[in-house]
Design a protein around this ligand. Structure first.
Ligand SMILES: *Cc1c(COP(=O)(O)O)cnc(C)c1O
Length: 391
């Protein structure tokens, strides 16, 4: 049987046509028609004050950290169960990531633990919407307001997902989206920066454009453009934006496909959940998911590791993530150690992400579910032997 990859990039509509059009139009640098079109589409659809397209979510998070005016020694509250960019964006300015444990249902930051992590050096909170399921944003915004903190939503996985009717990325002062090839809507490498707090917009535009006031110049607001602040090159190419534009136009059909595949996994794996051999993801009623990830939780880490080997031997490329950041070599330099965040460590050790992409077929999913069932139905004593047995 053919291998089933973990992820496969896809074409959903006019991607190649738009790239050809961008080339014909003769502007492949930043902020041409396609970059503008992507930004306006996201603003309108998600009711975001202003969207600036970027080369990655990492770039957006870096801009957010700069806008928070972090100084060495300042602290930023975030989960440890996240991708490195959430923490590296603040660490590169000398600020300290303050890792908080997660909720066992959504694997999102536990909002009940945030307040006790606040110190006089705390400047911001970065909630990460894991798997496209929202953090408890009402409570997080309330805490931020009470303590004068900036909220930056890491909505890398949260494009077209909602919390109490509001789009993820539109709720915090700032938000960051990813269009990396592993996300729901893709352009290879790409991102967007959501500026909901208008007071931060002028400086955001300057940071994005190499520390110059070129945006103002192009709008005719100043008569020359010059170096006015620090900054970097955070404008994406028109080629990437042309590809992305075609994907965003197909947002509905891409999302429907993902929802169907997600529900199909749930249906196929529910019997194993009923037998208590694994746990399926939870989506709280106030959240509308974009079905970014389908994960399963196994009873313990040895079972998880053996199942991953078993799937790999049958050419099913499931993966796990994340190595909790507090337990990483870099995390340890901040004084963290194993045992500091028990739920994060426990859940990260038991999780498997199943293959999930646009072209995944119901047949693929049946094969994956049957393979998982074959393994979990073997007695615990036989499982390690099965995992080692190869094809
Ligand atoms: C993918 C991801 C990022 C990084 O996105 P890039 O566009 O690859 O920079 C950041 N945070 C989270 C939670 C992610 O899943």
């Amino acid at each position: 049987m053919p291998p089933i990859p973990f992820n496969r990039p896809f074409i959903a509509g006019r991607e190649l046509y738009y790239i050809a059009q961008a080339v014909t139009l003769g502007n492949l640098g930043g902020d041409g028609v396609f970059t503008q079109r992507c930004a306006r589409l996201l603003e309108q659809r998600f009711d975001i004050g202003r969207v600036l397209m970027t080369p990655s979510c990492t770039a957006s998070l870096e801009m957010a950290a700069m806008l928070c005016q972090l100084e060495p020694g300042d602290e930023v509250i975030m989960p440890s169960y996240t991708f490195v960019s959430t923490a590296s964006a603040v660490a590169r300015l000398g600020a300290i990531p303050k890792f908080v444990d997660i909720r066992p249902d959504t694997l999102n930051i536990d909002e009940m633990l945030i307040e006790q992590a606040i110190t006089p050096r705390t400047r911001a909170i970065i909630p990460v919407h894991y798997a496209g399921v929202a953090c408890e944003m009402d409570r997080i915004m309330g805490i931020a307001e009470a303590h004068g903190l900036v909220v930056v939503e890491d909505a890398a996985q949260g494009v077209n997902a909602f919390y109490r009717g509001r789009a993820l990325g539109s709720i915090g002062h700032l938000g960051a989206y990813s269009f990396h090839e592993t996300k729901n809507f893709i352009c290879g490498e790409g991102g967007a920066f959501c500026v909901n707090d208008k007071t931060l917009l002028e400086r955001a535009e300057i940071l994005r454009d190499k520390g110059t006031n070129r945006r103002k110049f192009l709008r005719g607001e100043v008569d020359k453009y010059t170096w006015v602040d620090v900054g970097s090159s955070y404008v994406p190419s028109e080629i990437a934006s042309a590809f992305l534009c075609a994907q965003l136009e197909q947002m509905e059909s891409i999302s429907e496909r993902r929802e169907r595949a997600y529900e199909n996994y749930r249906r196929l794996l529910q019997p194993l959940a009923d037998e208590e051999l694994l746990k399926l993801p939870t989506i709280p009623p106030e959240c509308v998911s974009n079905h970014h990830i389908f994960y399963i939780l196994l009873p313990d880490q040895p079972t998880r590791d053996a199942l991953l080997r078993f799937l790999k031997a049958r050419e099913i490329m499931a993966v796990f993530h994340y190595v909790p950041l507090h337990d990483s070599p870099m995390g340890r330099t901040y004084g963290y150690q194993t045992g500091d965040l028990p739920l994060t460590e426990n859940l990260a050790g038991r999780l498997i992400r199943l293959p999930f992409f646009y072209d995944l077929t119901p047949g693929d999913q049946e094969r994956i579910a049957a393979t998982v069932a074959e393994f979990l139905h073997a007695s615990p004593a036989r499982q390690p032997e099965l995992a080692a047995s190869g094809v």
